[in-house]
Design a binder for this molecule. Structure first.
Ligand code: 9D3
Length: 237
């Protein structure tokens, strides 16, 4: 998979992208990640990428002409134009289903906004999907882009190496994980649940299933399958 990122802060794209699964995927040639500086497409002497909003108001808006030139050049680097994703607080919320959908594309072009946002003509004419990572205010689209890259990379065939496939992971069946323990079996009097030390595999499986259901019920009832959620609502379980 190829992912191109357009940003005015190319320097932000280090650290998380250079370790662990993403590093391995890049090293193995499964992920080609290219970062591009939008400012290189500014033409005036101050190299402006933003300007005052028509109609007045607070803050600055990213210019449609600069963004469009940056996008055109990046798209021309490959015979596939790629799905253009604009990271924006106005976007649809990123979830497991959307991650899987994005992961099916051979190429993604991620556009990171800063300031109050981008000129709407860019969104209208150049953007395929507008995506948010959740209802809280961040400073720009760079961290959301890295979150998206991380989540999508896990779905590239081979990227997880020997680890289990993302299909087997918790979110796919809609429940939270059971708690995990390792040695020592007792620490400062804090005991590991007896059933896990019993070696009785059927009991262990049953206990884990109950833990997953109970945790999901308590912490994330919104994840429960509709029937279970209905029982929960009526206080029947
Ligand atoms: C006038 C209100 N705004 C400033 C407080 C709007 C605003 C503009 C730009 C709020 C945040 C941002 C920068 N955020 C992103 O570009 C962003 C984001 C986010 O803030 N939260 C969750 N997902 C995303 S994706 C991109």
């Amino acid at each position: 998979m190829r992912i191109d990122v357009l940003t005015i802060f190319p320097g932000a794209f280090v650290g998380p992208l250079d370790v662990s699964i993403i590093k391995r995927a890049r090293d193995a040639g499964l992920l080609d990640l290219e970062i591009h500086d939008i400012r290189e497409h500014a033409t005036d002497k101050h190299r402006s990428v933003d300007d005052y909003p028509f109609g007045g108001g607070q803050g600055m808006v990213m210019r449609v002409d600069v963004l469009d030139r940056a996008l055109e050049e990046v798209q021309s680097l490959d015979d596939e134009r790629g799905l253009v994703v604009y990271l924006s607080p106005q976007g649809e919320r990123l979830d497991d289903a959307l991650v899987r959908e994005l992961a099916r594309h051979r190429r993604l072009v991620l556009v990171c906004g800063r300031y109050e946002g981008v000129d709407e003509r860019f969104v209208e004419h150049c953007v395929d999907r507008e995506v948010s990572i959740g209802d809280y205010i961040l400073t720009g689209g760079e961290l959301p882009a890295m979150v998206l890259i991380d989540a999508v990379t896990r779905h590239i065939p081979g990227a997880l190496g020997d680890e289990k496939s993302p299909e087997e992971e918790s979110f796919a069946d809609g429940l939270l994980e059971h708690p995990q323990y390792t040695r020592p079996a007792e620490y400062r009097g804090w005991q590991v649940p007896e059933v896990l030390l019993s070696g009785h595999h059927a009991n262990i499986e049953k206990w884990r299933r109950e833990q997953r259901l109970e945790r999901t019920r308590q912490r994330r009832p919104d994840l429960l399958p509709p029937a279970a959620a209905e029982d929960e609502r009526k206080g029947e379980v």
